[in-house]
Design a protein around this ligand. Structure first.
Ligand SMILES: NC(=O)c1ccc[n+]([C@@H]2O[C@H](COP(=O)([O-])OP(=O)(O)OC[C@H]3O[C@@H](n4cnc5c(N)ncnc54)[C@H](OP(=O)(O)O)[C@@H]3O)[C@@H](O)[C@H]2O)c1
Length: 279
C-alpha cells in the first residue's frame, strides 16, 4: 500500500506514515527484536523513523543506526534534543552524539523535545548553525502549545520551523480547536505521536464497533482517522511484526460518513480551547 505525503513549509514532501521508537533500547534482551522491527518497517516501505536522544538513554538511536546501516538513502530520520541539553553549545554537541549513535552524517529533522529553560533563541541559533554545517536538514519542535508556537514565530520567520510533534489521537483531540488551524495556516504539518494512545484506545467499545463495521481493526481505524486529517503524520511504534503489518493496513482503510459520525460521537471534537496534553 502506498504511503501518501505531505509538504513541509519548505515544500519538501515527507511521508504521512512513519514509525516511532520510544521504549526501544531500554532492555538489552529486546535489542535484536527491536532492530528487526525497524528493519521490517523499512522492508515494508516505511521511510520515516522517529527517535530521540532520550529514548533508552541513546540506545534507541543506536538501534535505528544498526537498522539503517548501508540503507540510509531515501530515509527520513527524525531525532530530538533534550531540553536540558538545548543551550547554544549543548544542542550542537547533543546533535553530534546523536549522529554518531545513528551512524549518519545528517539528521533530516531535528526537534526540541519539549519547551525547556534554555532560551528558545539559543536553541534556534544552534539549529540554524547545524543546518549551515549540513548536520541537520530541517528543525522543528515537539510538545509546543499555541503560546509556545507564537513565542517561536516571533523569533523566526514562519517557514523556519518544519513541524510540531504533539500528542494527537481520537481520544486527545484538544489541539483541533486552535493549534491545528494555526499550524496548517502556516503550512506546518502536525506529527501525531502516540497515535493509538499507547494501545489504550484499542479496547474502546465504540472504536471496536466502528472497526467491526468496516472489517478493520481498532488500530487501523484510529490511524486511518488521523491520516484523513490534513497535513498530519502518524508515527505508531510497534516492535511486534504483526502489529506493524496491521498498522500499515490502515493505509487501505476508507472511513465511511457513518463511521466518521460514529467516531465524532464517541470522541467529540473540542468545543473551546484545551491546553495541549503531553505524555
Ligand atoms: N515527542 C514526544 O514527546 C513523544 C512522546 C511520545 C511518543 N513519541 C513518539 O511517537 C511514537 C509513537 O508513540 P508511542 O510509542 O508513545 O505510542 P503508540 O504508537 O500509540 O503505541 C505503541 C504501543 O502500542 C502497541 N501497538 C502498536 N501497534 C499495535 C497494534 N496494532 N495492536 C496492539 N498494540 C499495538 C505497541 O506494542 P509493541 O511495541 O509490542 O508492538 C506499543 O506498546 C513513539 O514511539 C515516539 O517515537 C514522541
Amino acid at each position: 500500500m502506498k504511503i501518501s505525503t505531505t509538504a513541509l513549509p519548505s515544500g519538501e514532501k515527507i511521508p504521512t506514515f512513519g514509525i516511532g521508537t520510544w521504549r526501544m533500547g531500554e532492555q538489552r534482551a529486546h535489542r535484536r527484536a527491536e532492530t528487526d522491527a525497524v528493519r521490517l518497517a523499512i522492508d515494508l516501505g516505511v521511510t520515516l523513523i522517529d527517535t530521540a536522544e532520550m529514548y533508552g538513554d541513546g540506545h534507541a538511536e543506536e538501534i535505528v543506526g544498526e537498522a539503517i546501516r548501508r540503507r540510509r538513502d531515501g530515509l527520513f530520520i527524525v531525532s530530538k534534543v533534550l531540553p536540558s541539553n538545548a543551550s547554544a553549545k549543548g544542542t550542537i554537541t547533543a546533535c553530534d552524539r546523536s549522529l554518531k549513535r545513528l551512524g549518519i552524517d545528517c539528521i533530516d529533522l531535528y526537534l526540541l523535545h519539549w519547551p525547556g529553560s534554555h532560551p528558545l533563541a539559543a536553541t534556534i541559533g544552534a539549529f540554524e548553525e547545524l543546518r549551515t554545517r549540513k548536520k541537520i536538514r530541517h528543525w522543528g519542535v515537539s510538545n509546543f502549545d499555541l503560546p509556545d508556537m507564537k513565542e517561536l514565530s516571533a523569533l523566526v520567520p514562519g517557514a523556519a520551523c518544519a513541524s510540531n510533534q504533539v500528542l494527537y489521537n481520537l481520544a486527545r483531540r484538544g489541539i483541533e480547536h486552535s493549534l491545528v488551524p494555526w499550524s496548517l495556516a502556516r503550512g506546518m504539518p502536525i506529527m501525531a505521536y502516540s497515535p493509538i494512545d499507547q494501545a489504550r484506545l484499542l479496547s474502546h467499545r465504540s472504536l471496536k464497533a466502528v472497526a467491526t463495521s468496516l472489517n478493520a481493526t481498532p488500530s487501523q481505524v484510529a490511524l486511518a482517522w488521523l491520516l484523513r486529517q490534513p497535513a498530519t503524520i502518524v508515527i505508531p511504534k510497534a516492535t511486534d511484526p504483526d502489529h506493524l503489518r496491521e498498522n500499515l493496513g490502515s493505509l487501505g482503510i476508507a472511513l465511511t460518513d457513518q463511521a466518521l459520525r460514529d467516531l465524532d460521537r464517541a470522541f467529540p471534537p473540542p468545543r473551546g480551547p484545551v491546553p495541549l496534553e503531553v505524555l
